[in-house]
Design a protein around this ligand. Structure first.
Ligand code: SF4
Length: 246
């Protein structure tokens, strides 16, 4: 019973973080029962919630001892588009949510510019706990934590992954190239297509990168719509292919 109440509280906290105080009727029902691997479809919320419960007290690497909050991920458990950063920063560590603060707001604006919202995508990091001082993830930490990310992706089953920032791309793809080069390549991870682009925090530090980032996000928008069978975006009777952007 206590577990059910705790799960309900977590669900509504997450719901509030995503949707504010408005109660979204018809939102997927809370469920914490682990689903068999072959029954994932249609029960991703319950399966993800159960997986979160299973791993949120993890102490497999030293970051477990220094974190404030475990940062699982947030968004639509059935998302076709997943964004992956490297690790929680200071604000995420306090909030227990990925991409909060100014960088998170900018990500929300970017999503809105490509006709998406946090409600439609899923956002997570390679590491679930904050590296002290925001240093880059260390290989042993990635080795310990990456199976969690892989399981999340197995449950969500996205059609397109976007890495945010060079470190996330390099860590996930094991490619030691500049972000400039990685942005122009198409990669695959666990059989899913991957595109690399800038981290929103980097765009805040270097506004000059917003123009190339906007090119990336337009390409991401178009590829996402193509992969999911959505028709090209049309506004005012005109197919949207370029725009003012962020
Ligand atoms: S970073 Fe990952 S492996 Fe390390 S303690 Fe946190 S959840 Fe566990």
């Amino acid at each position: 019973m206590a577990q059910a109440v705790e799960n309900a509280v977590r669900y509504f906290q997450r719901h509030r973080a995503l949707y504010g105080d408005q109660l979204i009727l018809g939102a997927p029902e809370l469920g914490v029962k682990p689903a068999p691997a072959d029954q994932v479809e249609g029960d991703q919320l319950g399966t993800l919630a159960a997986f979160n419960q299973d791993i949120r007290n993890c102490q497999k690497c030293p970051l477990g001892a220094t974190r404030t909050e475990f940062v699982f991920g947030v968004g639509n458990p059935e998302a076709d588009l997943v964004f992956i950063g490297e690790a929680p920063g200071a604000q995420e560590d306090l909030a227990g949510e990925p991409f909060v603060g100014r960088a998170g707001k900018l990500l929300d604006q970017i999503l809105a510019a490509i006709d998406l919202s946090r409600r439609e995508v899923y956002i997570l990091n390679v590491l679930k706990c904050r590296p002290p001082g925001n240093r880059d993830p260390q290989p042993p930490e990635v080795e310990q934590c990456e199976p969690y990310l892989q399981e999340q992706l197995r449950i969500i089953q996205p059609k397109l992954i976007v890495t945010l920032g060079r470190v996330a791309a390099k860590t996930l793809l094991r490619v030691d190239e500049s972000l400039q080069k990685m942005r122009k390549q198409v990669y695959h991870y666990q059989g899913v297509e991957v595109r690399a682009t800038y981290h929103p925090a980097a765009l805040l530090r270097n506004p000059g990168w917003k123009a190339p980032a906007w090119e990336d996000f337009q390409a991401i928008r178009d590829r996402y719509r193509e992969l999911t069978g959505r028709p090209p975006l049309v506004k005012n009777g005109v197919q949207v292919s370029t725009g003012k952007g962020m």
